[in-house]
Design a binder for this molecule. Structure first.
Ligand SMILES: C[S@@+](CC[C@H](N)C(=O)[O-])C[C@H]1O[C@@H](n2cnc3c(N)ncnc32)[C@H](O)[C@@H]1O
Length: 369
């Protein structure tokens, strides 16, 4: 059993962290490393990134260990478009034996002075690691008991960090921390969302997740309410319109294709056969959503124009990125949106590569209030 580092600390928030570990969709590891390196550079942190294609996660190794305190602000999850979860790793335990797995992990936690309020055991979302999730589930109770026995787990102290033990293969576990309330609340960073079987399309999941991931609870409550008016560009067969209608919004759905009967059945959706790039509402609406399959830069230009001209107050839109240079294309779209909205004032522009996104990202745009 080898452990990659051996520092100890006094306060649970000052535990020295060796780097960042972030989960992503398989195939997006390079994009995550690029984003992490960018954030490290902005904070003057020297680091080296590693991304194995197909691993479902990427890591950063700091040149010098850094205390957990402060790292959340230097690597905010909301600024990482392609990462589902972002953790700060303290040590990596290698060559974990099949029997008595808890012993080397607990020893490493003691050596590093890790004290936490909660334990999560998880794996990256990859074909290689997913089969390990069964044993991870079974291992949680014995490991938690072993940690309680040596006073490394204190469920009563909710302000303490949370420990994520990430098995990247059967004998390798990364011991990683997040501060309480930071990071994604979902296991593996994957939201478990329920969408009714009546939804006209699987795309409905995307909008449900986008509303959850791109807006805070407070923002959702304040800006998305029954009685509002929305436009859905590229609406057919109607998953996004249907979800907005279910939330009590009146929707104008723009698409030359037909809507599913369940969308019409809401009684809240008016379907217009028109071109989403040229159609404009007679008066401003609260929300515009856009899921048209088109060049990302065209969609970026369209949403920027709607928001800058005050045609809508909030916008959720999907950018279908090219297979190569995804990060660069996203940067191009981001820059164009900032440029075109400058006349109207500062904007909130956020992107996330959602669990339900494949080669695309979902954005939120609104003028700052
Ligand atoms: C991915 S689907 C939308 C799925 C939809 N969001 C849902 O939840 O069911 C893309 C849609 O965009 C429409 N579309 C593409 N270009 C368009 C355009 N210029 N104007 C209007 N609709 C367009 C297509 O007809 C297609 O129905």
């Amino acid at each position: 059993m080898a452990v990659a580092s051996n520092r100890s600390s006094s306060s649970p928030k000052d535990v020295p962290c060796q780097g960042v570990l972030a989960f992503c969709r398989v195939g997006f590891e390079g994009e995550v490393v690029a984003e992490l390196m960018d954030l490290a550079g902005r904070s003057g942190i020297r680091a080296e990134g590693t991304a194995a294609t197909g691993a479902g996660y990427a890591t950063l190794k700091f040149a010098e260990a850094l205390p957990l305190r402060g790292l959340a602000e230097q690597f905010p999850l909301r600024d990482l478009v392609f990462a589902r979860q972002r953790l700060f790793w303290v040590a990596r335990a290698d060559e974990i034996p099949q029997r008595g797995r808890d012993a080397p992990i607990v020893a490493a936690l003691e050596r590093h002075g890790v004290l936490v309020s909660r334990l999560v055991i998880e794996v990256p979302d990859s074909d290689a690691a997913r089969p390990l999730s069964g044993f991870c589930g079974r291992f949680e109770t014995p490991l938690a008991e072993a940690m309680v026995a040596v006073k490394r787990l204190r469920a009563d102290q909710t302000g303490l960090p949370v420990l994520h033990v990430v098995f990247t293969d059967a004998t390798t576990a990364w011991l990683a921390l997040v501060e309480a309330g930071d990071g994604s609340p979902w296991p593996m960073g994957i939201p478990r969302l329920r969408v009714s079987k009546e939804a006209p399309s699987r795309s409905a999941h995307k909008l449900v997740e986008a509303i959850e991931a791109l807006l805070t609870d407070k923002e959702r409550e304040a800006s998305l309410r029954a009685g509002q008016r929305a436009v859905d560009l590229g609406a057919a067969p109607g998953g996004w319109s249907w979800h907005l209608a279910r939330r009590g919004l009146r929707v104008v759905a723009i698409d030359n294709g037909p809507l599913a009967p369940s969308a019409h059945a809401t009684g809240m959706i008016q379907h217009l056969k028109a071109d989403g790039f040229t159609w404009r509402p007679a008066r401003p609406v609260d929300w515009m959503v856009c899921d048209m399959v088109a060049q990302p830069i065209r969609v970026a230009q369209l949403v920027a124009e709607w928001v800058a001209a005050g045609r809508c107050r909030h916008c959720i839109f999907n950018l279908k990125l090219p297979m190569k240079r995804r990060g660069e294309e996203l940067q191009r779209c981001r820059a164009l949106i900032f440029k075109l909205t400058r006349v109207a004032g500062p904007v909130d522009l956020r992107f996330k590569h959602l669990y339900h996104d494949r080669d695309e990202v979902t954005g939120y745009l609104a003028l700052k209030r």
